[in-house]
Ligand binder design. Structure first.
Ligand code: PMP
Length: 350
């Protein structure tokens, strides 16, 4: 017996989410915050983690952490939160709950690959609606397609990955109003965008917001949160594996929420450096820069495969999106030093 005889054909056809080796590289491929915690905070965190009883299962619904998140993230009154092992898991949970036979999951594309992958895992029909050439969002075309496909679930990354584009708020609101299903607005990059649907959550009965602490500087702890009306979240909670957020993660998150200003200052720094990096990239011959509201920048170069390879040889790791996005590379905004190294290496690579 071979796996091919038993594994579902749509899984056989997939490739595993690629995570390249990064040891010894300037790592600008995964939208991480490049700054580590200050030494003093690391020590305090170590003391907090030392007190976690790791012989016990974690609290399945850590109310203190949930309340702290609700307070610090300005969650509107009456909304409920659900925690996930990264927002990846929350995407999977929403899909699992809504994957009736034949149900459609729809999203503007190119976008975060896990919408398509998780939909496929669960047996939903993924429907990608192309963005315009410049990666802007054609809301009317999307709405027309929704009328035909009647999606159970729509994903809007706000701002979008891998393009960095933040769609106009009213276009997204129009889609939510017109959608016959549930809309998940994925605000993974909200810390760099300064825009959010959080305050407007009470306005729509079919809106869920998911966020992550990953891009804010805590990618290593794996914590995402979903916010929505209790009647939706109650259903998703049934799909959640019972101990999906580890006790160490819960303790670290609660501790860091109290020190959020440290991470927010880092995010502000990254946002400011994004502008300088964008200008410097645009000044390189043959490089087109797409405007970004996230902590990364999408560029088009004459030959993305060659540029990527040359950067790799120069020990700079970025994301090559070619051929899916023709000759496009995505670079995470790093520290000023890393950004300088990237620019020097890219100049050499072009
Ligand atoms: N949503 C978007 C749009 C993303 O780009 C990512 C990470 N690349 C995620 C969700 C998942 O983030 P995490 O699982 O780290 O919370």
């Amino acid at each position: 017996m071979k796996p091919e005889d038993l594994v579902r054909p749509e899984i056989l056809a997939l490739k595993a989410y690629p995570v390249p080796a990064a040891e010894g590289m300037v790592k600008l491929d995964a939208m991480e915050n490049p700054y580590t915690l200050p030494e003093e905070l690391r020590r305090e965190l170590a003391a907090v983690l030392a007190r976690v009883d790791v012989n016990r299962y974690p609290t399945p619904t850590p109310q203190k952490l949930i309340d702290a998140l609700a307070r610090r993230m300005n969650v509107p009154r009456g909304m409920r939160l659900l925690l996930g092992n990264g927002s990846d898991e929350l995407i999977q949970i929403a899909i699992t709950a809504l994957a009736r036979p034949g149900a459609v999951a729809m999203y503007p594309a190119p976008t975060f690959v896990m919408y398509q992958m998780s939909a496929t895992f669960a047996g939903m029909k993924p429907v990608a609606v192309p963005l315009r050439e410049d990666f802007s969002f054609d809301a009317d075309a999307f709405i027309a397609r929704m009328k035909a496909e009647k999606p159970a679930l729509v994903f809007i990354a706000y701002p979008n990955n891998p393009t960095g584009v933040l769609y106009p708020e009213e276009d997204v609101a129009k889609v939510i109003r017109a959608c016959p299903g549930l809309v998940v607005v994925d605000e993974a990059y909200h810390a760099f965008a300064g825009k959010s649907f959080m305050p407007r959550l009470p306005e729509f009965s079919n809106l869920i917001i998911i966020r992550t602490v990953s891009k804010l500087g805590l990618a290593g702890i794996r914590l995402g949160y979903m916010v929505g009306r209790p009647e939706w979240v109650e259903q998703f909670d049934k799909v959640r594996p019972p101990y999906n957020v580890s006790g160490l993660t819960q303790a670290a998150a609660l501790f860091m929420l109290d020190k959020l200003e440290v991470l927010e200052a880092q995010a502000a720094r990254i946002r400011a450096d994004r502008a300088g990096l964008g200008t410097a990239l645009a000044a390189l011959k043959g490089v087109t820069v797409f405007p970004s509201e996230a902590n990364f920048i999408l560029v088009r170069v004459p030959d993305a495969d060659a540029a990527f390879q040359s950067l790799k040889e120069q020990k700079v790791l970025i994301k090559n999106l070619h051929p899916g996005l023709r000759n496009c590379l995505r670079v995470t905004v790093g520290t000023p030093d890393e950004n300088r190294i990237l620019l020097t290496a890219l100049r050499e690579a072009l």
